[in-house]
Design a protein around this ligand. Structure first.
Ligand code: ADP
Ligand code: ADP
Ligand code: MG
Length: 535
């Protein structure tokens, strides 16, 4: 990466920028002489949730540091605040920045990587949260987020999803002028994502709230406006003017920004309006019997089922319902307490929580997994679209969360196996990487006739990936039932009925959008039992 301004095709496959916007002449900020340059800024607006939609490394944190008054925008030279204010004067952004300079702005910030919180805080959850409770809103926040019971737990004992909700509560409890949430969805199930969205929306009644979010169904529901950000990660980023959330997401999926006259992807991302029907006879890979797993306080019951050759099965269900346990049993990592999952199948498994404690390089590790590393199939269908090429020389333990996830997905698909199991592959990936990963997994299943099972909470990802669905329900933390794999329509209906949300279709792109609860469409679709697809 680092071609700077590209009028040609990006060598990494994802980005094609045909026209350069005028702002390219003059960045808002540049790190060092040839460092990363940021063009444009998002506008915080009181009373609104504003979304930022774009890849990692494109300047989102840089923009937020400027809006928080921590970083002086140098306009690509060594500009003073006066010069910077001059540049933006007469705009809402100018008025906002003037306030930052004159009176100061208090920002509350939810960091991206919640896994790092236990490294900087120790002690109990109550200690951390009570310190941040400047608005006296803690009881309400912890209630909505379902974390009241965690108050006397040690921070170091929390799971990813628990840490995420504690971090959201901590940021929302502060009394600030400007709230910034760097992703709310990682590790959360759909229910928890929607509840977190409600918290941001109620904060935005009289405050400015900004959010980065890569789960598009959630962003759509959460934000009123979005700024799209495009460019070359690590080299430059361009922040567009605000767009309505619907239009912004549509443009993003199309890969085409008409107002800016920019195309950043060759192909549009499309969703199927009608449930796909599997018409041909597909040979089965395995027919398995019912089994069960009992832990001290949790029990998983799995129904019997058939998994077909060459299909992608999406797995949906709340947190704590036994999805990872089920995957581990299929992978042979755990043995069920009743019945068995016996098979001669070779399995390749990507766990939910990734560890990289080796000094191998990415290339060294991948070459150890496949003989086909140098084949044109592997390079073109897996390495390039997964964005692994720039990482090949890096040491595994030094990768960022998103880089490690892409390497782990790639590693899983590199092994020779019959059945591939991926537990939450979207975690830490940005939108573009999710869409590319979905395409890679689907094409992999099609072209090799291998079977792929994917657990994820991102509905768009699951929709793009899956041919059938497995739904888990029960009582989280106590009892989970793993139902037999279903066709897409049945599966989506079963899952969405359980969480009580329905989707309509966007008129323009036909992408799914969450209906407002109790709206006319919501009530009608619930009556008809059609939660996702049109009949
Ligand atoms: P995002 O939040 O979108 O992931 P950032 O704003 O953190 O992106 O970073 C954008 C780019 O700027 C990255 O390539 C990063 O390496 C670079 N960058 C960030 N902070 C600095 C800094 N203090 N000095 C030099 N480069 C930086
Ligand atoms: P999911 O992946 O759906 O979030 P998990 O399979 O990770 O759910 O966990 C389901 C339940 O089983 C949780 O309540 C979890 O605490 C419990 N559990 C998972 N692994 C173990 C274990 N090794 N011992 C005891 N309980 C466990
Ligand atoms: Mg899990």
């Amino acid at each position: 990466v680092g071609c700077g301004i590209c009028v040609r095709k990006c060598p990494f496959g994802a980005i094609t920028i045909t026209n350069l916007p005028e702002e390219m002449e003059d960045p808002v900020h540049r790190y060092g002489q040839n460092g990363f340059a940021l063009y444009g800024l998002p506008v915080p607006i009181e009373g609104r949730v504003t979304g930022l939609l774009g890849p990692n490394g494109i300047g989102k944190s840089t923009a937020i540091s400027i809006l928080s008054g921590i970083l002086r925008p140098n306009l690509g030279k060594d500009a003073s605040w006066e010069e910077a204010l001059q540049r933006f004067s007469g705009s809402i952004l100018g008025d906002y920045l003037k306030k930052v300079v004159d009176k100061g702005i208090k920002t509350s910030y939810k960091p991206q990587y919640v896994d790092r919180i236990p490294k900087s805080y120790s002690g109990m959850v109550s200690g951390l949260l009570e310190k941040t409770d400047e608005r006296g809103a803690l009881a309400e926040l912890t209630g909505t987020l379902g974390i009241s019971k965690l108050m006397d737990r040690d921070i170091s004992s929390l799971s990813g999803g628990e840490l995420q909700r504690v971090a959201i509560a901590a940021a929302a409890a502060k009394d600030a002028d400007f709230y910034f949430f760097d992703e709310i969805s990682p590790y959360l199930d759909i229910h928890q994502r929607i509840n977190s969205a409600r918290i941001l929306q109620s904060l935005a009644k009289d405050k400015a709230v900004m959010v980065v979010e890569h789960d598009l169904a959630l962003l759509d529901l959460l934000a009123e406006n979005v700024h799209l950000i495009y460019g070359v990660p690590g080299a430059y980023g361009v922040i567009t003017r605000p767009k309505g959330v619907r239009v912004g997401i549509n443009q993003y999926l199309r890969g085409n920004l008409p107002e800016e006259n920019v195309r950043f992807r060759d192909t549009a991302i499309n969703f199927e309006v009608h449930a796909p029907r599997i018409e041909k006879e597909i040979p089965s890979l395995i027919a398995y019997d019912a089994f069960a797993m009992k832990y001290s306080s949790f029990r998983l019951e799995a129904e019997a089922g058939i998994i077909r050759r060459g299909e992608v099965v999406g797995i949906l269900g709340p947190n704590g319902i036994g999805k990872s346990t089920y995957i581990k049993i299929l992978a042979g990592v755990e043995k069920p307490t009743t019945g068995s999952f016996e098979s001669q199948l070779k399995i390749s498994y990507k766990p939910q929580y990734l560890k990289a404690d080796t000094e191998l390089t990415v290339e060294g590790m991948l070459r150890g997994l496949t003989h086909g590393f140098d084949s044109s199939y592997y390079q073109a269908e897996i390495l390039r679209p997964m964005g692994i090429e720039p990482l090949l020389d890096k040491i595994l333990s030094e990768l960022s969360g998103g880089e490690l996830q892409r390497v782990a997905i790639t590693a899983c698909l590199s092994r020779e196996a019959d059945l591939y199991l991926l537990d939450e592959p979207s975690a830490h990936l940005d939108v573009e990487q999710r869409m590319l990963a979905a395409k890679v997994m689907r094409r992999f299943a099609e072209s090799t006739e291998k079977t792929v099972l994917v657990v994820d909470h991102d509905i768009y990802l699951i929709d793009l990936l899956s041919e059938r669905l497995m739904v888990f329900d029960g009582v989280p933390g106590i009892l989970g039932v793993a139902h037999t794999p279903l066709e897409m329509r049945e599966g989506m209906n079963a899952f969405l009925k359980g969480i009580g949300i329905t989707f309509r279709r966007d008129e323009e792109t036909r992408r799914p959008r969450v209906n407002k609860p109790e709206s006319r469409l919501d009530r009608m679709q619930k009556e008809q039992g059609e939660y996702y697809y049109q009949i």
